[in-house]
Design a protein around this ligand. Structure first.
Ligand code: PEP
Length: 249
């Protein structure tokens, strides 16, 4: 696989000022990028209030960081929103866009998600756009159609934009449930996403898999030809486990 891998943690709404220190210190000392082309990029997406702490703990390390959401707006009267420029101010490299929890619990549409990706790119961040079907949709045979629909407004941003973002396939039924897509199930969707990317000249864009990835299943998933790394929820809260996943990357 010639595409450089990425293993990205998503802390979700977990952590505390007191508790984060140990995890961050363990990541800082435990992960060292080699110049080896086979090495992967590693980062953590944390709750907004901890960005300053994470910036201070990880600056100069080989672990990047980012946020879990971003406003579509540049600035203005949008109480509670956080702009991409603000994230850039705190050294973020990545920001998630359209995580299924945002789509489901906060009604984010695929158009909104594309707007967030665009806002992130404009501030020099790398958006990680999440797509994925529910169990009901999978069982109805709608998986690839759902993914295509979620990708459509993102791909419409154009090759210049798409080439600078990351996609993550996260089947909703596999997130936080302990159910992982089999490598074959994931690869089938990843191959379809790769084909959609290739059709606009962006075959080199990284497509991560997410959904109950752990050290025990990471290597088999990452061995699939179109899986370029992982988006890691629960397992990113335990340094040892997360580092072992990164080593599989
Ligand atoms: C996620 O939050 O993106 C995720 C994949 O969670 P988990 O690894 O806990 O299933």
């Amino acid at each position: 696989n010639p595409i450089r891998r990425l293993v990205l943690g998503n802390w979700k709404m977990h952590g505390s000022l007191a508790g984060n220190g140990q995890l961050l210190a363990a990541l800082r000392t435990g992960w060292h990028q080699t110049s080896d082309a086979a090495s992967c990029d590693v980062g953590v997406c944390v709750p907004f209030p901890y960005l300053a702490q994470v910036e201070s703990a990880l600056t100069g390390s080989d672990v990047a960081w980012g946020a879990q959401d971003v406003s579509v707006h540049e600035q203005g009267a949008y109480t509670g929103e956080v702009s991409a420029a603000m994230l850039a101010d705190f050294g973020c490299r990545y920001v998630l866009a359209g995580h299924s929890e945002r789509r489901m619990l906060h009604g984010e549409t695929s158009d909104t998600v594309a707007g967030k990706a665009r806002a992130a790119l404009a501030a020099g961040l790398t958006p990680v756009v999440c797509v994925g079907e529910t169990l009901e949709q999978r069982e109805a045979g709608q998986t690839l159609g759902v993914i295509r629909g979620q990708l459509e407004p993102v791909l419409a941003l154009g090759a210049g934009s798409v080439s600078r973002l990351v996609l993550a396939y996260e089947p909703v039924w596999a997130i936080g449930t302990g159910l992982t897509a089999t490598p074959g199930q994931a690869q089938e969707v990843h191959a379809a996403i790769r084909a959609a990317l290739a059709a606009i000249g962006c075959a080199g864009v990284r497509v991560l898999y997410g959904g109950s990835v752990k050290a025990a299943n990471a290597a088999a998933l990452f061995a699939m030809p179109d899986i370029d790394g992982g988006l890691i929820g629960g397992a990113s809260l335990v340094a040892e486990e997360f580092l072992r996943i990164a080593e599989a990357g």
